[in-house]
Design a protein around this ligand. Structure first.
Ligand SMILES: Cc1cc2nc3c(=O)[nH]c(=O)nc-3n(C[C@H](O)[C@H](O)[C@H](O)COP(=O)(O)OP(=O)(O)OC[C@H]3O[C@@H](n4cnc5c(N)ncnc54)[C@H](O)[C@@H]3O)c2cc1C
Length: 471
């Protein structure tokens, strides 16, 4: 602690420069606040450095490789298709560098002051930021905490050596021959399938009865079917018990229905969830910010914590741990600080998984809509009835639309199939705008595009689709 130093004054202090923090900082600056953003690591947070962006870069590379290997249906064959994984990693690192450089430029362009170091609250209106060289102290009018999350480490599977968290799994220098994944949530499923596409023998061990347990069974069964077809072994209802590693491999003992089994592979990737970064040096307990029993900061509908001038956003508050949720909450908090009447409304928060096929969802599922008291009509239009999907040789999947039976209001949508991640945006807008099935059906969609599946799904639920026989 430095004694006797004076505090510098700022309007808003943002702690953490992930998709929550940097977006909040930019919006706060746009609204006229003087802003300091602090991050002890790289700008861009988990998403840009160790999450969304690097994983999608590697997944794109894996798709590229798969297309080169399997062009038979199009009459294309290639010999000697090889992967130089060090170049793949170079590509991925280049993408990360470009994107984090972009964040630095945006912060600078918006006159946000950046401090590379750690942050620690001194009291409700002051914080010290420090690194090896300096440790200035700031008095803030408002603060936004966006310190994000880290992988959960299970006692029997301590990270290190051949036991990897997602961070190390994104940075392997070569494609492993084999990999075990404990946890079939979206991170495990995406990374496991990526390495499988590059040729690794992958085994996924999942405690529940399906991979991607947050999604509808009819979606996840398509993903599981595709995974199995390409050689991924999925063990569900399994309890992973212990791991033993040598300098060559790692063996995991697990049980299914009380029966003990084991599997050995080059690496073990543990993706069983993420823990909020609300413990440690930050000093939330010192200043009395209320945190629940799982470590999530308690906030109101504007992101305000138990201390009115301190806000919390992103992975450290409950809800989906997704980048776009963090950014959305960041804008709301910055606007609330500026006195605007912004509040969070999670009705149209999409969830996307970049598996093959992709899964996406927004609004209510059929079950949720019924639980909310709606009389529901719903229907699935298959990719197989769409010319673009067939011409892309990706005719598996469906768009399911859930609507209110009487008003025709669109309540939710679930998509599994090619570009599900992009198609879901139209449905988010539809729900946000209070659109009906008719609005979707009357919107002219260009032909031939995957977007037409949305239009036809709406017509299907209305009872008169063109490219499928309606019964
Ligand atoms: C492998 C993987 C893939 C993912 N893919 C997707 C995806 O495709 N789509 C999606 O929406 N989400 C994805 N996510 C989730 C996404 O990365 C997170 O939801 C998102 O990064 C959360 O943003 P955040 O701003 O809350 O925090 P973070 O991105 O975690 O950033 C927090 C920042 O705070 C800093 N910090 C922490 N403590 C302090 C301190 N005391 N002082 C100073 N700085 C501090 C950290 O250094 C970090 O940079 C993925 C995550 C992983 C791990």
């Amino acid at each position: 602690m430095v004694v006797g130093d004076a505090s510098l004054d700022i309007d808003t202090l943002v702690i953490g420069a992930g998709p929550g923090g940097y977006v909040a900082a930019i919006r706060a600056a746009q609204l006229g606040q003087s802003v300091l953003i602090v991050d002890k690591s790289e700008l861009g947070g988990v998403c840009l450095n160790r999450g969304c962006i690097p994983s999608k870069a590697l997944i794109s590379a894996a798709h590229q490789y798969e297309s080169a290997l399997h062009g038979e249906a199009f009459g294309i064959s290639a010999e000697n298709v090889k992967v130089d994984f060090s170049k793949t990693q170079e590509f991925k690192n280049g993408v990360v560098k470009k994107m984090t450089g972009g964040v630095a430029g945006l912060l600078k362009g918006n006159k946000v002051e950046v401090f590379n170091g750690e942050c620690m609250f001194i009291n409700e209106n002051e914080a010290r930021v420090f690194n090896d060289h300096e440790s200035p102290r700031y008095r803030f009018k408002n603060a936004i905490i966006a310190t994000g999350s880290r992988p959960i480490e299970l006692k029997p599977f301590p990270f290190g050596g051949r036991i990897l968290s997602s961070t190390e799994a994104l940075n392997l220098p070569e494609v492993p021959k084999s990999m075990i994944v404990i946890g079939g949530g979206y991170i495990g499923a995406e990374l496991g399938q990526m390495y499988s596409k590059f040729g690794a023998k992958v085994t996924i061990i999942e405690g529940l009865d399906t991979v991607l347990p947050g999604f509808d069974k009819d979606m996840t069964s398509l993903v599981a079917k595709n995974m199995k077809k390409t050689g991924i072994e999925i063990v569900t209802g399994a309890k992973a018990e212990s791991a033993e590693q040598t300098d060559k491999d790692v063996t995991v003992k697990y049980s299914v229905n009380g029966e003990s089994k084991e599997v050995t592979a080059d690496y073990l990737l543990v993706t069983v969830g993420r823990r909020p970064n609300t413990d440690g040096e930050l000093g939330l307990d010192l200043i009395g910010v209320d945190v629940d029993e799982r470590g999530f900061v308690k906030v109101d509908h504007q992101g305000r914590t138990s201390i009115p001038q301190i806000f919390a956003i992103g992975d450290i508050v409950s809800g989906l741990a997704l980048a776009h949720k963090a950014s959305y909450e960041g804008k709301v908090a910055a606007e609330a600080i500026a006195g605007q009447p912004s509040v969070v409304d999670y009705k149209c928060m999409p969830a996307v998984v970049f598996t093959d096929p992709e899964c996406s969802s927004v609004g209510y599922t059929e079950k949720e809509a019924k639980e909310k008291g709606h009389k529901v009509k719903a229907g699935k239009f298959p990719y197989a009835g769409n010319g673009r999907a067939v011409s892309l040789n990706h005719a598996e999947g469906f768009v399911k639309i859930v609507a209110d039976e009487e008003s025709g209001l669109v309540l939710g949508c679930q998509i599994v199939g090619l570009e599900a991640s992009n198609l879901i945006a139209e449905l988010g807008l539809a729900i946000e705008m209070g659109a009906t099935l008719e609005d979707l059906a009357l919107t002219i969609h260009a032909h031939p595009t995957l977007g037409e599946i949305v239009m036809e799904a709406a017509e299907l639920v209305m009872g008169h689709p063109i490219h499928i026989i309606s019964r």
